[in-house]
Write a protein that binds this ligand. Structure first.
Ligand code: PEP
Ligand code: MG
Length: 724
């Protein structure tokens, strides 16, 4: 009491010093002060960041509920806690949570005291992880089920009732005041991607929700968490375990240790992978957590700030690892005799709570049965097909395993980035005339054909759209003296010649320069070689009994005749090849629609093109007039000033660019009703853009392999929302 009296004096003095006024003695004035403080807190930086992370629109206001207070700190018959009707990390159908006797809610979530488990099962699991004996557990850290059996029964019955009512996993807060249970709040609980899928499928199997609801309950972008790597089991066997904490948020993380949020941001910006190590986290650490691979804390339970925030972000987190001895000043952490410094590598397993010394190799995620079931369910409702953007057999295989039904974009220029291939490519670009280019192209042909064969094989039975070369040429030529000399030697020409060619290839606006079909139209021998490589690979596979469906795509068309001339070259070369080989194969010739003029004249282009693929990266660039490579210089300010709501290179601008997509699809199909239309820009894997593509009636979206499941779910949701 004496301490409290002293504290009150100090607080009153602090209020006077800060505000210049006495602390109000009137209860109403105090209440209004508190209400205003809540509203004001909604406006501060931390709250703005929180809203951004939670996707809460700025237009939403906040409300303040004024409730009578109950106290969990009124002695041994009082307690407070947080509980979930299912496991928020794994989705397991198991009531769980944490509580503290003689405490207030803040004590549980702040991570200052490590709370005890509510259920006996949970408590036993915790003891096993923490290395606490059963005897010690029962005497020092009993579960609520054991310590307050009557209250526990009431709590358990209520949590079941609430979940049955809301038909979703509940996150509840309660207080016990002198033996009486009070519920403070309940809400649908935040969960990891894995828990989201498991809970939706379990609720469906338990008959609580129907198929469509199960699909709509899952947030497409959250599937991403399930697709992240886990530790390689072999590497794990050799890894040195340092300690074990609580498995607060699943996944594997490996990175360099940092202790402060500012450093985290700085190191991340420098391209480093980092793990944030803290005694406990507070909201000031949010920015650091957002860029970290994982978070490790010495204190705090499963409902601590670090754990809840990490789960929301889908980040790996190990909390309450009591063996951590952190010295912020020295920037070191000592764990059972092992001293680690800032910058040292550490690895975390957020699913088991294990902490490892050094780097532990990771491997691709293993997808659970529930995930596959959800994906099958999605296919039942979806109308859009999902293809992938892939330039290697490996990427094609990954995407196929994720359910891609074809390749929507194979960027052939990406096949030239390595070793001998880049040399041959450089030779082709640096050649003076068609003769020199042909010579270089004959070296490239076998590489290309072998690459296409691998890709077609990985996608056997499905269509593969191969795009003809679309590189800004200057990207491929050597800009350093050593590289230039190397090319001079290889081509038997002078260094000066190479330097002159490199200079003459330099463009002021390379993205609007000599690329796309402008290249194929000025150097048709490139188109001839690529046609030969694509169809030659398909013919070889035909002999091996592998089914292929090649689609040859002309990039950056803006004028019908640009396309027509390329089409003539392609069909002419194909006829020659088929005659030489004495065999043939079906193939399609279509175009990218990525220049506004192509969209505006889509009916003319569709008179020749057999399919359209919307290149919304370039279409966005040219519709907005924003350079896709330079937008970073003004985008942050545009977003801050709300001139733009989102980055149009990530989320399709439905009002502008989207209208071009819609119009071109309609115009094209007016001439050619069976015109196959798809999208292969980055937007093909972004949920709101996928939904737009469904509305416009495209046949497919194509996205990077790891976004395929996200696009599949978004496509199904679009179809269901249509039905509803
Ligand atoms: C596009 O422009 O959307 C596209 C897919 O092509 P790239 O990104 O290769 O220009
Ligand atoms: Mg493009």
């Amino acid at each position: 009491v004496e301490d409290l009296k002293e504290l009150v004096k100090k607080f009153k003095a602090a209020v006077k010093a800060q505000t210049g006024k006495d602390f109000p003695a009137c209860a109403y004035e105090q209440l209004w002060g508190a209400v205003c403080a809540v509203f004001n807190s909604w406006m501060n930086e931390r709250a703005i960041l929180y809203r951004k992370m939670e996707g809460i629109p700025d237009e939403w206001g906040t409300a303040v509920s004024v409730q009578a207070m109950v106290f969990g700190n009124m002695g041994e018959t009082s307690a407070t806690g947080v509980c979930f009707s299912r496991d928020a990390a794994t989705g397991e159908d198991l009531f769980n949570g944490e509580y503290l006797i003689n405490a207030q809610g803040e004590d549980v979530v702040a991570g200052i005291r490590t709370p005890q488990q509510i259920t006996k099962v949970g408590s036993q699991r915790w003891a096993e992880l923490a290395g606490v004996s059963e005897e010690e557990r029962v005497s020092k850290y009993p579960s609520m089920e054991e310590a307050m059996p009557e209250i526990y029964k009431e709590l358990d019955a209520l949590q079941t009732k609430l979940e049955n009512h809301y038909k979703d996993m509940q996150d509840m807060e309660f207080t016990v005041q002198e033996g009486k249970l009070w519920f403070l709040q309940t809400r649908n609980g935040k969960r990891t991607g894995a828990a989201m899928v498991k809970i939706a499928m379990d609720l469906l199997r338990q008959g609580m929700i129907d198929e469509k609801t199960a699909l709509l309950r899952c947030e497409p972008n959250k599937l991403d968490e399930l697709l992240h790597p886990i530790f390689d089991t072999k590497a794990l066997k050799q890894a040195q375990t340092l300690t074990r904490g609580l498995p607060a948020s699943p996944g594997a993380a490996c990175g360099q240790i940092v202790f402060f949020a500012d450093d985290a941001a700085e190191w991340h910006a420098a391209g480093k992978k980092i793990v944030m190590v803290r005694i406990e986290t507070s909201p000031e650490d949010l920015a650091g957590m957002a860029v970290a691979e994982g978070i490790l804390t010495a204190r705090g339970g499963m409902t601590s700030h670090a754990a809840v925030v990490a789960r929301g972000m889908g980040k790996c987190c190990v909390s309450g690892a009591g063996a951590l001895n952190i010295d912020y000043k020295a920037r070191t952490v000592e764990i059972d005799g092992v001293l680690l410094k800032e910058g040292d590598y550490i690895s975390l397993n957020g699913s088991t709570g294990q902490v490892y010394n050094g780097k532990v190799e990771t491997k691709a995620a293993e997808l659970s049965g529930d995930f596959a079931e959800l994906m099958n369910l999605a296919d039942k409702y979806t109308q859009l097909q999902v293809r992938t953007n892939a330039d290697t057999p490996h990427d094609a295989e990954v995407a196929r395993n994720f359910g891609a039904v074809g390749i929507g974009l194979c960027r052939t220029e990406h096949m030239f980035f390595e070793g001998e291939k880049i040399k041959a490519m450089r030779e082709m670009i640096l050649a003076e005339d068609a003769e020199g280019r042909r010579k270089a192209l004959s070296k490239i042909l076998p590489y290309q054909q072998a690459d296409f064969k691998g890709i077609f094989k990985a996608m056997a039975g499905f269509p593969v759209t191969v795009r003809l070369l679309d590189p800004p040429l200057h990207e491929f030529v050597p800009h350093d003296l050593k590289g230039q000399q190397e090319m001079a030697d290889a081509m038997g020409v002078s260094l000066q010649y190479i330097q002159q060619r490199v200079e003459s290839l330099c463009e002021h606006n390379p993205m609007l320069g000599h690329r796309g079909c402008r290249l194929g139209n000025t150097y048709p021998e490139i188109t001839q070689m690529q046609t030969r490589a694509i169809l030659g690979a398909a013919l070889e596979l035909k002999k091996e009994g592998v089914e292929t469906h090649p689609e040859i795509m002309v990039p950056l068309t803006g004028i019908l005749y640009e396309f027509k001339q390329q089409e003539d070259v392609i069909r002419g070369e194909a006829a020659k090849l088929f005659e030489e080989v004495g065999d043939s194969i079906d193939f399609k010739v279509g175009t990218m629609i990525e220049i506004p003029r192509a969209a505006l004249t889509a009916n003319r282009i569709a008179s020749s093109a057999e399919f359209f693929s919307f290149g919304t990266n370039d279409l966005t660039q040219m519709t907005f007039g924003y350079s896709r490579d330079d937008i970073a210089s003004f985008l942050p300010i545009y977003l801050e000033k709300k001139i733009l709501k989102v980055d149009p290179f990530q989320v399709l601008d439905q009002n502008g660019v989207g209208q071009l997509v819609r119009m071109a699809t309609e115009k094209g199909r007016a001439i050619r009703p069976d015109l196959k239309c798809g999208i292969c820009g980055e937007h093909g894997g972004e949920p709101s853009s996928v939904k737009f593509c469904h509305k416009v009636g495209l046949n497919y979206v194509s996205c990077s392999p790891f976004r395929v499941p996200i696009a599949r779910l978004a496509a199904a949701q679009a179809a269901i929302e249509d039905l509803n």
